[in-house]
Design a protein around this ligand. Structure first.
Ligand code: COA
Length: 375
């Protein structure tokens, strides 16, 4: 059997960070203005007054304290509530491609490779900034990589789904050195106007290098013991933004063309689904949950992660078993579980195993079981 390994990861974290207090201050002002502007309809009963956010609620409900964003000024401007991003011309590198470069450099340095060694790039993200040409192909050109590149979107599971695609490509021989890149500018698709959603997301980009074990030169290597993906249709996390919008007969509510969710339903339905998925995956690999030293879980909600890990282990995990990065990053969509892996893996000993697991819109669940084999 062809053994595939992860030989490097990289992370780009934007400079701007927004605390819950800052976010709540700006949305409170915007809410008061909106309610005043719609006072007559609210009084008539044709519109509901918007409720202001509460700072304490955010940490209690989610475990989030702050988030990084590509542009803080625009998000915090109560008259705008979304980032200010420059419009770039065709001869400039796009912003989504640009944010990947520091993370690619870090990941390739860990892997002991140059960009020219890369012959496949998969960009997996919840939102890709244009229809085509693929951002992945733009990155391929920018770094001087060969081979092929494409974009794909499975929402928060885009990283694990692209890792499986990379592993399959390595096993079949259609690639030798694959970069899986997850550039998430979630701040441009989040709904900062409603208190139920404004605190959820943050921006970041992760990169994972995968290759066959026989080609690897990295000082630290993680064998991919198995990958398992699953999907089940649900409308509970949805974003109707797309190229059809301008042709649709009825104009959509602006809140439909950004992120929206039924948070409680997602919580109730996804947690058992993910626990069962991980248990099944481990069983297929003839591994007991007790043999798993670490769970690098998707970072959306602290209670959700505790419940999922409890469903696998039979007890609530501590933070060394299921590390948390969402306190400072919030939900970075597909990048979350890879950030957790990137920041919390060096202390594992040779032979120790872990699970990288994502879940999100679709619904979609992906798990990657890894073992430290070198380092
Ligand atoms: N400040 C104050 N109140 C808020 C608030 C805020 N920032 N956000 C929501 N509320 C209110 C709601 O409006 C609601 O009020 P109501 O009872 O008057 O309608 C109340 O708090 C409870 O809201 P609810 O959505 O039921 O809270 P929750 O405990 O389920 O927590 C989430 C909300 C989003 C944190 C939680 O459901 C969750 O994390 N779900 C997992 C889904 C997820 O994160 N998906 C992301 C993609 S993977």
């Amino acid at each position: 059997m062809v053994e595939t390994v992860i030989t490097g990861t990289g992370l780009f974290t934007p400079e701007d960070s927004i605390s819950n207090a800052e976010l709540v201050r700006s949305l409170t002002e915007a809410t008061e203005t909106w309610n005043a502007e719609h006072a007559s309809q609210i009084e008539e009963g044709t519109l509901l007054a918007r409720q202001p956010p509460v700072e304490e609620f955010i940490f209690k409900a989610s475990g989030i304290k702050s988030r990084f964003v590509m542009n803080k000024e625009g998000v915090l401007d109560p008259t705008r509530l979304r980032p200010i991003l420059e419009t770039r011309s065709e001869d400039q590198l796009s912003i989504q491609a640009e944010m990947t470069l520091p993370a690619i450099q870090e990941a390739l340095t860990q892997a002991g490779h140059n960009p020219e060694d890369v012959d496949a790039i998969i960009v997996g993200a919840s939102n890709i900034q244009r229809a085509y040409p693929a951002v992945a192909i733009e990155i391929q050109e920018a770094i001087g990589a060969g081979g092929w590149a494409y974009d794909m979107n499975v929402a928060c599971s885009s990283a694990t789904f692209s890792i499986q695609a990379a592993v399959d490509a390595l096993k079949s021989g259609s690639a030798n050195c694959v970069l899986v890149i997850n550039p998430e500018i979630t701040s441009a698709h989040n709904n900062f106007e409603l208190r139920d959603f404004h605190f959820i997301f943050g921006d970041a980009c992760t990169v994972t290098v995968l290759e066959r074990a026989i080609d690897a030169v990295a000082s630290e290597q993680w064998a991919v013991l198995g990958t398992k993906l699953a999907t089940k249709f649900s409308n509970n996390i949805r974003n109707d933004f797309g190229f059809i919008n301008s042709s649709e007969i009825d104009q959509r509510d602006p809140h439909e063309i950004v992120f929206r969710q039924s948070g409680q339903r997602v919580f109730k339905e996804v947690c058992p689904m993910v626990s069962a998925h991980i248990r099944d995956h481990l069983q297929t690999l003839e591994l007991e949950p007790a043999e798993i030293r670490r769970f690098w879980l998707h970072q959306a909600n602290l209670k959700m992660n505790q419940l999922i890990a409890k469903g696998v282990l039979g007890r609530v995990p501590d933070t060394t078993e299921a590390p948390v990065i969402l306190d400072t990053y919030a939900n970075t969509s597909s990048a979350g579980s890879i950030i957790a892996f990137h920041k919390n893996r060096t202390d594992l000993d040779l032979g120790e195993k872990g699970v990288i697991c994502s879940f999100g819109a679709g619904y979609s669940v992906g798990s990657i079981v890894v073992e430290k084999t070198t380092g």
